[in-house]
Design a protein around this ligand. Sequence first.
Ligand code: ADP
Ligand code: MG
Length: 582
Amino acid sequence: MNNFEELNLNAELISAITELGFVKPTPIQELVIPVLLDSNRDLVGLAQTGTGKTAAFGLPMIQKTDTSIKQTQGIILSPTRELCIQITKDLKSYSKNYKNLRVTAVYGGSSIETQISELQKGTHIVVGTPGRTLDLIKRKKLNISKINTVVLDEADEMLSMGFKEDLNSILETTPESKQTLLFSATMPAEISRISAKFMKNPLEISAGDKNVTAVNVKHIYYEVQARDRYEALKRIADVNPKIYGIIFCRTRRETKEIADKLIQDGYNADALHGDLSQAQRDSVMGKFRSKHLQLLVATDVAARGLDVDDLTHIINYNLPDENDVYIHRSGRTGRAGKSGISLSILHMREKHKLRAVEKMIGRKFDKLLVPSGKEICEKQLFKLVENVEKVEIDESQIAPFLDVIYKKLEWLNREDLIKKFVSVEFNRFLSYYKGAKDLNQVCDPREERKPRQPKERRDRSERQTEFGFSRLFINLGSSTNLNPSSLIGLINQYTRERNIDIGRIEIMKNFSFFEVDSSFEKIILKAFKDASFNDIPIVAELANPKQSIQNTKTPSNFTRKENFKRKENFSKRKKIGKKRRD
Ligand code: ADP
Ligand code: MG
């Protein structure tokens, strides 16, 4: 297939997308568009990030809309406000030749009144976040009882953000006869469950291996000591003076910290995370898109699905807890056939995670050495020289000063003059990197020979709860299908809070630990009181990180038998625990 005409798209659509530079359909578009134009069958579309899923569902949706009826005919649900705005913008540009077709975005953090008045003008396609959409339905301002199509975009992310209940309630108000489309880059078990629940005999279409990242993305890693992570990040930025990328961190707290440090250290960086007001988020995204910011430090949720052109690098400040998150992250670069680099800063204990990611994406990571001070200085020097070569001279503005300047520098010959000009900027790097140490982690053979403690025990004894965070125990683990995203989903679902800062999560076989912002500790424990997960009543309590592992039995060094007993005696023990804490 080499053009859009063969997919039976209308001339109006084709001329609009041609203007956008779409020459031929991407694989997922080629597979999905004809099915959607032709039938009303439910469909699950899986394709890696950046492969044009928006047009795959958007173009048929537009073509099938009857603009002579003033009625909402389709709704697209997506996890974040930024994505809603992006999808709306995409749909508007695809439908620019359909004069009467209206697309309306509804999302939280923005005036609901304005959105209501937009809806009241009549709209054909609504793009919404689950929370705001449900709110508008409840207020009877949005009626989707007669729609033909529902799209769940980035469905896995909506679930892990705890929108399951909202989705349930929204879908209940839609007609039986509608067509349901679900799009995602990955297919976790949760998605299979949701498709079984909400969809009728869906056709599953996947373009390419759903667990494979774009072939034009290079995956590399640096291995450093945990304490040198930030220093390594700076060197990576310094050795790539033209870097334009996203740095992914695991928590909002880390995101803020890293962005603040980078700004302080003079980098052109800013943070994007859920604690910012909408106006702040818009301003950060605006600066980043227009390339006034080189580095965007972001959480996964904030940056999910965002389509920013021409990113050179994705930086994994640490590897994500879940492997498929890596695919989403690296999918931010190498979009629409361009090349990109996804790099990860690791410390030795993360090596096993790396192997797991390699296995999943079917690609090997290349190890690079963290650049030395000398290499960075060299690179910066050449960038400076290139800038000098390329700089445009504003003759008229500079002319009045030149005579005096020439006079003042008269005594310098050409070589000295060049050296001096270049050094003005270069000295900063030279002095910073003077005597800079080698950050590459060298494996100490004695370490290798040390007898290894059982894994869980070793991890626990090495870990300390972050300042301001509380460490909680929960009686669910991998054996009960808990994973980091379902844990976050549970917290969101039962607390009905979406702004809880969550730190390290350790999922073990029969139980898990997680760190949360201490100010939410009580709220979470209370919310989990009568809660359950897959019909298992949840038991959560404060883990006591201060007690030494040698002296006290913590849940991780209970034997299996003890663990069982422990569950039985839970209420009794809880009282004892309380006393002990007092
Ligand atoms: P996904 O939802 O799969 O992550 P998007 O729909 O956001 O991907 O598309 C990624 C980028 O590719 C966008 O910038 C989009 O404009 C561009 N794109 C989509 N389809 C095509 C096409 N057929 N030809 C060229 N570019 C395309
Ligand atoms: Mg998308």
